[in-house]
Design a protein around this ligand. Structure first.
Ligand code: BGC
Length: 824
């Protein structure tokens, strides 16, 4: 086993010396789903973990304890703004402090290797440099305020299919230059206090046992923090304990415990290995202030709560990418006289991706709310749309009454196998998730509510969950079904469960009593993890009726806004995407509306790329990502031009799926081959010769720019190269631009990307003003991995511009043999 001993810390040694082997080993497995064991004999309290990464849920998944829902990580990445990323981290720290959380499980810094990756929304980008810089700023934002970050998932967890078992076959150079690079930056640049090891294997060893945990993480990067496992990722005693895996989560059951004590006693695992793990755990505990009498890491005061909401709005607008604009945006001050607001997502927006990243916001501003609040004198008609959401949508809490307490919501009772009540409580939401929080011994969850529909007519009422469900609805047919999830994956069972519904005749305002008995599957009983949604199928209606209604509304209105997007069944943790098309008949909807109203603006509410075959037929395309709880207000800010859509693409948007360079997210016989090597994202697009719909880095904003006068200083002796350009805002309003520098190397002796991102800078300028913008290209930008970091001497070309394809300026940079010999 490789050890990594940072400078001796006497206090930690003293604490350690007073612990027995049993006490030490006990500390290395969680006490429950989210916390570690306390050890009062040394003044150690338990350390509290929470997901992350775009909000802090806390130790319960419970609508009664809401959280700030920030825009998804890709939306943040689209700002290309490291100051915002730092403030995002700081606001998460404030949430963590408010919720008593010590460690936020984020940022997610896997790469968007393929747009089909199911968790792409949770990751920053397809580029290792952009991802690493954002990761570093986010981690500092958290840790400067005393809350630990846990960059995840180390490493090569860039897909979801067979995520627990898949083995990634990837060469060392690709690992170093792409997938390890953001972790390196988060550790060496920001000093992350934890790293989370992934579920998957890399080159034959599961990540919780993998030598990559030692080298490079520890031996080369000097990581002195805790490697926490992804939840349930540790599956062995000896191999994982001998590896540089420190903490098994969740607990209290797990493969270490008594088995590890025995392995140490038998000499199969050295006690030193256990001591090192405990040392690192204690170091973390001291840093976050969990050890009485020890001095925690210095912490700045966290920002006040209202800054969190303001930041959510700011990041959302700053990350919106104006992909196309024929002059339709921004709207004039005062807004249009009338707006046809079209699409299911206008009322049911996606503010975050599905899965463990989910938090429960107190409230969400929808596009309809946002426009109504901003334009009280404008006629806004929500007109038509096509059915998009599949399955059921949770019953709105305001329509529900708890029959026991008469409070809003539902009555939840947790029963043992022989029918004894363990707990009875009022819940305020019709979608409930328990992550390790089901009462111990619960075998059935009974939900009762009195539902008042907001309209008269037929509805399909039902449930989404995995397991046996009995549903009875007053005056309607009952339901008794056994719903099996798609595949064996707990993630899919939780976050995209199967549904069953029954037809019911609803009368507006009249109460309907509903009772559901959910008999928990064995796995739920054992892990105390389950999820259920009680809801209705989204208004049936045919797509053609919806399109006709949308066209009628668009014809009457001065402008049309169509909000299109994906569903939780398509973009969530636990599975990959199967294609990039917008679900339902949204493409037809957009085309029909655009043909009717020439001032049609399409707002895309997806976590990652979707194909937009109509993109050249509409007046404007605005990409809003998963916009967080302030989505609607931020959208109004941008449409009205109060705020510029400041985003630039952190990933490439294809014209058609057939052009996408990397589409393999499905292991073949358990092995996923990263055979494209270092050529992913924009690097691969450039090489493949296909033109994407919108290249990496693209985004229009509301003003125009002129970039001239490139000067370059070649690096000497391990120093960065310096690039300067003159940037002038040639439009008539203030704006933001992201200046991007790419490198290329002709005639190289090694395989290279056609171009690679080497540096960027964000500039803000008033109309008519001119700035000198300075970019630093670190030595590593010129290096490649061989058996170590090497730099090829000779001439490189720097290309400077505003996206990967639009680089009007270029200049040579020469690297001398002496400079090339310096460490990368
Ligand atoms: C996810 C992690 C998450 C953990 C705890 C896992 O399934 O992969 O990202 O932090 O669950 O919820």
């Amino acid at each position: 086993m490789t050890t990594c001993r940072p400078a001796a810390d006497e206090h930690i040694d003293t604490l350690l010396a007073s612990l027995s082997l049993e006490q030490k080993v006990r500390l290395l497995t969680g006490a429950d789903f989210w916390t570690t064991h306390a050890e009062p004999s040394i003044g150690l309290r338990s350390i509290v973990f929470s997901d992350g990464p775009s909000g802090v849920r806390g130790v319960v998944w419970d609508e009664r304890d809401p959280s700030l829902n920030l825009p998804s990580a890709t939306a943040l990445a689209a700002t290309w703004d490291l100051d915002l990323a730092y403030r995002y981290g700081a606001v998460l720290a404030a949430e963590a402090v408010r919720k008593g959380v010590d460690v936020v499980l984020g940022p997610t810094i896997n790469l968007q290797r393929s747009p089909l990756g199911g968790r792409g929304f949770e990751a920053f980008s397809e580029d290792p440099l952009l991802t690493g810089e954002l990761a570093s700023a986010y981690v500092r934002g958290l840790q400067d305020h005393g809350v630990a970050a846990a960059p995840k998932h180390y490493v090569a967890n860039d897909f979801e299919t067979e995520r627990f078992t898949a083995d990634v076959e990837v060469d060392e150079r690709t690992l170093r230059e792409l997938y390890l690079a953001p972790f390196e930056r988060a550790v060496t640049g920001a000093g992350a206090w934890l790293v989370m090891s992934a579920y998957n294997s890399v080159r034959g060893a599961t990540m919780t046992e993998n030598p990559l945990l030692s080298t490079p993480l520890c031996t080369e990067w000097g990581f002195d923090g805790v490697v926490v496992s992804d939840w349930t990722a540790v599956r062995s005693t000896e191999p994982s304990a001998r590896a540089r895996q420190d903490l098994v989560m969740p607990g209290p059951r797990g493969p270490w415990g008594a088995a590890l004590v025995e392995a140490v006693r038998d000499g199969r695992v050295p006690e030193d290995a256990v001591d090192e793990k405990v040392r690192r755990l204690l170091r973390l505990a001291i840093r976050v202030g969990a050890v009485k009498g020890a001095v925690p890491a210095p912490a700045a005061p966290v920002p006040p709560a209202e800054q969190g909401t303001a930041l959510a709005r700011k990041v959302c607008a700053a990350g919106m990418v104006l992909l196309r604009n024929d002059g339709a945006l921004p709207w004039p001050a005062g807004g249009p006289r009338s707006i046809a607001l079209i699409g299911e997502h206008a009322l049911l927006p996606r503010t975050q991706g599905g899965g463990s990243a989910t938090v429960l916001p107190e409230q969400v501003s929808t596009p309809l709310d946002g426009l109504r609040a901003a334009l009280p004198d404008t006629a806004i008609i929500h007109g038509g749309g096509v059915p998009v959401h599949q399955g059921i949508v949770a019953l709105p809490p305001a329509s529900l009454t708890d029959p026991v307490s008469a409070e809003p919501g539902l009555r939840a009772r947790y029963l043992t196998a022989d029918g004894q009540e363990l707990l009875s409580e009022n819940r305020r939401a019709a979608n409930l998730v328990w992550l390790g929080t089901l009462p111990d011994g619960a075998s059935t969850v009974e939900l009762r509510t009195r539902y008042r529909a907001d309209h008269t007519g037929p509805v399909r009422l039902g449930v989404a969950a995995a397991g046996r469900l009995q549903v009875s609805v007053e005056g309607g047919p009952g339901l008794d079904v056994d719903l099996a999830p798609d595949g064996t994956n707990l993630g899919a069972a939780l976050f995209a469960p199967p549904t069953a519904t029954v037809p019911v005749e609803a009368t507006e305002g009249a109460p309907l009593d509903i009772t559901i008995r959910y008999h928990l599957p064995e796995v739920s009983e054992a892990s105390r993890v389950a999820a259920i949604t009680v809801g209705t199928e989204t208004p049936a209606g045919s797509a053609s009726d919806g399109i006709a209604a949308a066209v009628a509304a668009a014809r009457e209105a001065e402008v049309a806004v169509v909000v299109v997007g994906t569903t939780p069944g398509l973009e969530s943790e636990g599975f990959d995407r199967t294609d990039l098309a917008l679900p339902g008949e949204q493409d037809d909807l957009v085309r029909a509306v655009a043909a009717t109203n020439p001032r049609t603006v399409v707002v895309v509410n997806s976590g990652g790329p979707v194909t937009m075959p109509w993109r050249d037929e509409v007046a404007a395309v605005l990409l809003a990502w998963f916009g967080g709880q302030e989505f609607g207000h931020a959208l109004a800010d941008v449409l009205l031009g109060h705020t510029e859509p400041g985003g630039r693409l952190p990933n490439t948007w294809p014209a058609t799926e057939a052009d996408v360079p990397v589409v393999t997210t499905r292991p073949d016989n358990g092995v996923l081959r990263y055979s494209e090597g270092i050529h992913i994202g924009h690097r691969a697009w450039m090489r493949g010769g296909h033109t994407p719909a919108y290249p990496f880095g693209h985004g229009l904003g509301y003003t125009t720019w002129d970039i001239t006068d490139l000067t370059v200083t070649s690096p000497i002796a391990g120093q960065p190269a310096h690039v300067t350009v003159a940037v002038r805002n040639t439009g008539d309003r203030a704006g933001k631009q992201v200046i991007q520098a790419y490198l290329s190397r002709g005639g190289s002796a090694v395989d290279r990307p056609a171009r690679w991102l080497a540096g960027f800078a964000t500039v803000r300028a008033e109309a008519g003003t001119r700035y000198q913008v300075h970019l630093t290209l670190p030595p590593r930008a010129f290096a490649h991995w061989d058996t170590g970091w090497r730099t090829e001497p000779g001439t490189y070309t720097v290309h400077v511009g505003t996206d990967a394809e639009h680089t009007p300026l270029s200049a040579p940079i020469s690297i001398s043999a002496a400079t090339a010999g310096q460490p990368g």
